[in-house]
Design a protein around this ligand. Structure first.
Ligand code: F6R
Length: 247
């Protein structure tokens, strides 16, 4: 898809975090009912925890689903509790009937990270592309680990994390020095090729970036504004995250 054609962004405001999480789960469950072997792009972080809990609690079968995570830290052992692999194992892989061979996440310890990025893109292609990608958003507007300035047409690649991102993620580690400096992330181009996008934002801390995302002009300085170029992109907000929106 060319960045250039703009589409109306669908915005839904839910009363609170629990309702937001349930709504996101309902959208994914509906997709899985229509297409049990759907290909899901998945985020980590604080925002989607309630979504994973709701998905698991629903008892929906993921036996045929395929999942591709957005990103993974580079150089953090897979067994580290804060690797995104470990997060996904706790949140989803160990709690559902997802088959291990259908759970994909970039290998942050691959001997050749560039080759790993190419392999990951190829695996998404071989799966038939992403049916839906769920996204969180960073305070600086990043999606996946596509930091401000990332190209609209970027593919899966090795990136440097912005200091602001490392500071935000330091809450999961014992000190900021432990937060990796690099990661592998799906690119914005990869994300825009998904058939549907669903961005989740919760809490007053996200209100400013949500305002820039929903009401601002698309700019590579706010990577999440790429959603304006997708024909089927929905932003799910709780009232706090939506508090600075005009309507
Ligand atoms: C994580 C990811 C990031 C997060 C973002 C928001 O896989 O892709 O873009 O979604 O950093 O993180 P939280 O939800 O912790 O505020």
């Amino acid at each position: 898809m060319k960045a250039g054609s703009r589409y109306p962004l669908q915005v839904e405001v839910l009363p609170d975090y629990a309702a937001l999480s349930e709504r996101a789960a309902a959208i994914v469950i509906e997709l899985l009912e229509e297409k049990p072997d759907a290909v899901l792009g998945l985020p980590t972080g604080g925002t989607p925890v309630g979504f994973y809990d709701a998905l698991v609690a629903s008892g929906v079968s993921l036996a045929r689903a395929r999942t591709f995570n957005l990103d993974e830290y580079l150089g953090l052992p897979r067994t580290h509790p804060e690797s995104y692999y470990s997060f996904m194992k706790r949140m989803l892989y160990d709690r559902t009937d997802l088959r291990p061979e259908n759970c994909h996440i970039p290998d942050g310890n691959a001997p050749d990270p560039e080759a790993e990025c190419r392999r990951y893109e190829e695996a998404i292609r071989a799966a038939g592309g992403l049916d839906i990608v769920l996204l969180g958003v960073g305070h600086n507007g990043h999606i996946g680990f596509n930091e401000p300035g990332s190209p609209w047409d970027g593919r899966t690649r090795v990136v440097e994390l912005a200091e602001r991102t490392r500071e935000a993620n330091a809450r999961f580690f014992s000190s900021i020095d432990e937060v990796p400096r690099r990661a592998i992330t799906m690119g914005i181009g990869t994300i825009l090729e998904a058939r549907r996008l669903l961005l989740l934002a919760s809490g007053s801390g996200k209100a400013l970036i949500v305002q820039r995302l929903v009401e601002g002009e698309p700019t590579e300085e706010v990577p999440a504004t790429a959603l304006h170029f997708h024909p089927d992109a929905t932003v799910l907000l709780d009232t706090e995250a939506a508090s600075l929106l005009k309507r």
